[in-house]
Design a protein around this ligand. Structure first.
Ligand SMILES: O=C(O)CCC(=O)C(=O)O
Ligand SMILES: [Fe+2]
Length: 317
């Protein structure tokens, strides 16, 4: 049997098609979305490259939001030495595109462009959420009205950089190393913007196989359901485990950049179950996430619980 493929669809498709596509593997390629524009994406990659390659060590260290190589372990049990990646996390900016956190000089110089980019990622997420709400027979604005850009909430724009890796050096230690360990994302949905032809992202499909998720066109955005959405919808929209594998070819051993937008609801949104699939579904959600769906829980409490679990495995050496 052929391995399944990640569905690829236009944002202008009927809402059921978008929901069906995203329900099948929890991942979906959106073809040429109107925002963020290709020009904005290219510019954001250039800004990211400048930060990771040209920012001084002091600038990085002083900035809140920088994650250094091996500092984070997305799969602390499987890969206790930590992920071979650098990252920079930014909270949503103001409506006027001003950062709410101190930025290192290379990013400060591009504050407006970054703010505009972040807003356009948020806008794209809103279009997807409208389709998901209609599928659940909820008002079209059910999710969008609970995901403001400028109220307290936990969304993050994350720049990611995976340094070039020597295949030979890694061969000796392959079992223990990973670029980003296996995990699912915590929030509502997650946009992953990656450069064409630099592989590595893989998703775990139900048969237990790791499926490659290559970007074959520079104007597609990968959309992924997060754990919070799975919990909120009683599994109707499932989150999926994924990782960034070690390079297997000389081509993939090159340095790799990606940009992620993790969308979270407003902090005070109550995650009341939107579907009623009975006690079996509750037991499954409780086993998977360690949270009782019958207890009231806000989006902020959910995020704090998930972060505590990840950073328990964090390396600080
Ligand atoms: O770099 C990527 O393509 C994915 C990164 C990722 O899954 C994450 O940071 O949660
Ligand atoms: Fe992820």
């Amino acid at each position: 049997m052929d391995a399944p493929r990640i569905p690829s669809i236009s944002i202008d498709s009927e809402f059921e098609k978008i929901s069906d596509a995203i329900s099948s593997l929890g991942f979906l390629f959106l073809q040429s979305p109107p925002v963020p524009t290709v020009q904005r994406v290219d510019n954001m990659f250039e800004i990211s490259r400048r930060f990771f390659k040209e920012e001084s060590q002091e600038g990085k260290e002083k900035a809140r939001g920088w994650v250094q190589v091996r500092q984070e372990s997305l799969d602390a049990q499987g890969h206790p030495r930590g992920d071979i990646k650098e990252a920079f996390n930014m909270r949503p900016f103001t409506e006027m595109d001003e950062a709410k956190q101190p930025l290192p000089p290379t990013l400060k110089a591009e504050e407006k462009a970054i703010g505009e980019f972040m807003k356009s990622c948020h806008e794209l997420c809103m279009k997807i959420l409208e389709a998901l709400a209609l599928t659940l027979k909820l008002p079209k604005d059910f999710f969008t009205s609970r995901h403001s850009y400028n109220r307290p909430q936990g969304s993050i724009l994350r720049l990611l950089y995976y340094p070039e890796t020597s295949l030979r050096e890694l061969d000796a230690n392959r079992q223990n190393e990973i670029r980003a360990g296996a995990h699912s994302d915590y929030g509502t949905i997650f946009l992953s913007i990656r450069q064409k032809d630099v592989g590595g992202l893989q998703i775990l499909i139900p048969s237990g196989i790791w499926l490659d998720a290559p970007v074959t066109s520079s104007d597609t955005v990968l959309v992924n359901i997060g754990d919070l959405m799975e919990f909120w919808t009683g599994g109707r929209f499932p989150s999926t485990i994924h990782r960034v594998a070690l390079p297997r070819t000389q081509e993939d051993a090159r340095e790799r950049f990606s940009i992620a937008y993790f969308l979270h609801p407003d902090d005070d949104v109550l995650l009341e179950r939107l579907t009623d699939d009975g006690e079996d579904a509750n037991a499954r959600l409780k086993a998977r996430f360690g949270v009782d769906p019958n207890e009231p829980l806000t989006a902020k409490q959910w995020l704090e619980g998930r972060l505590a679990a990840t950073y328990a495995g964090r390396k600080d050496d």
